[in-house]
Design a protein around this ligand. Structure first.
Ligand code: SF4
Length: 412
């Protein structure tokens, strides 16, 4: 694999400017910017400034957040990613599959707290790996977790919420089944690196993380016109070239189908009960650099999300990382829940919405609440929805497509 040479400051500034003007960065430039931003703080600042301008041109001064409830429908999973603390073995006392009454009750509480999005997040195909769970599903009348998920989405809608499902790798017919019951869906691409499946690497025990399979699902979601969330995971052993390759793959999908409404730049943080517990989190500079490079590579159609609870982990006293992310092209904080924890990163509490608003405004931006879909998708692309779901989602929106903000949420 050829290694790009870091660009000198002047050339890096010119490359970043060109990206703002054209909305495009090629592979060689993106890699060179990645190396240069790592080597020279001035380059990092130039790339971040360019990315902030690209964001401003594409989305103005708006930064969005989706008030949500996190439903970890089951934390059983057939994969064993070496960084994951979410996954539990059936023998673990913390293993849990929500019953449908529990889904309803949690969603009702969330609706009363002003949430709009029900984030259905769960492990991949646990019925394939665990006989006891498969039997339990059968007793409930389901052949698969996805069949069960369909009814969980119905329960969330009945409770007054809009589902957004991230259920790992799904087949095309499963996407078809879930589409009418979801305002949007998602799958983190994480990384296109095949190397991360080698022995000793993060995805060695994770057959569902194979890049070709995840890319296939992204394509199928595009063909089916599903508003879709993708993303990159930083710090699981990938190289600069592999980061660029992952971002370019997301860009290509977005250009081809128009369904990638947002991409998440998510930094890895080590969890004590995982194989990667000794691995370091990416440095703040690294996160800021790749948020900025992602902004430039993804182009003006794709929203860029950075989870705000993950920005504060490395040094609780370092209060300026949210500000740096806002000044590096972030335009979305993603789902933030007033009622549940982040079950993927249980050690990282969500910021309160009013604190997030303050921090956003301090950086000269405005915080708006959104639905699981972005305004332009809802208002300009009804073809991306089942008609009944489009009608339902519209009832949660203001005329400009952002969420109607309830008094409860305003006070949260
Ligand atoms: S990260 Fe996802 S796919 Fe990997 S083990 Fe955890 S729940 Fe399963």
């Amino acid at each position: 694999m050829a290694t790009a040479h870091p660009l000198p400051l002047r050339e890096a500034e010119a490359a970043a400017r060109e990206a703002v003007e054209t909305g495009v960065v090629d592979r060689a430039r993106a890699e060179a910017l990645g190396y240069a931003a790592r080597a020279d703080r001035r380059v990092l600042e130039a790339v971040a400034a360019a990315a902030a301008e690209a964001k401003q041109r594409a989305f103005g001064d708006v930064v969005t957040v989706s008030p949500n409830v996190f439903i970890p429908l089951t934390n059983l999973c057939r994969n064993r990613c070496t960084y994951c603390t979410f996954v539990k073995h059936p023998n673990d006392p913390a293993a849990k599959t929500y019953t449908l009454p529990e889904v309803s009750e949690t969603c009702t509480t969330a609706e009363r707290a002003g949430c709009i999005e029900a984030l259905m997040c769960l492990g991949d195909k646990p019925e394939v790996a665990f006989k006891g769970y498969r039997e339990w599903l059968g007793e409930q009348g389901y052949q698969s977790t996805v069949e069960y998920l369909v009814d969980a989405c119905r329960a969330a809608i009945d409770a007054g919420l809009l589902p957004h499902t991230n259920a790992g790798l799904l087949r095309q017919e499963q996407l078809v089944e879930l589409r009418p019951l979801n305002a949007s869906m998602g799958l983190m691409l994480e990384s296109t690196s095949e190397r991360l499946h080698e022995k000793g690497q993060a995805h060695f025990w994770a057959p569902d993380k194979k890049p070709a399979l995840r890319l296939r699902m992204h394509h199928e979601a595009g063909e089916l016109k599903i508003p879709f969330t993708s993303g990159i995971l930083l710090g699981i052993g990938e190289t600069i070239e592999e980061r660029v390759d992952t971002l370019l793959a997301i860009r290509e999908l977005a250009d081809r189908y128009g369904h990638i409404q947002e991409a998440i730049v998510q930094p890895f943080h080590p969890k004590p009960d995982t194989k990667m517990r000794g691995a370091p989190s990416p440095e703040d500079d690294d996160v800021v650099a790749w948020v900025a490079i992602a902004r430039l590579v993804l182009g003006p159609q794709v929203h860029l999300q950075a989870p705000p609870n993950l920005a504060k982990l490395q040094d609780p006293d370092q209060v300026d990382l949210l500000d740096r992310l806002l000044r590096a092209g972030v335009d979305d904080w993603g789902g933030v829940s007033p009622v549940t924890i982040d079950f993927i990163n249980p050690e990282a509490p969500w910021p309160k919405l009013d604190a997030l608003r303050e921090r956003t405004e301090a950086a000269g931006q405005r915080l708006r609440q959104r639905l699981p879909v972005y305004p332009e998708m809802l208002l300009e692309h009804p073809e991306f929805f089942d008609p009944a779901m489009h009608a339902l989602a519209t009832t949660f929106a203001r005329p400009d497509g952002y969420a109607r903000e309830t008094p409860r949420m305003e006070a949260a």
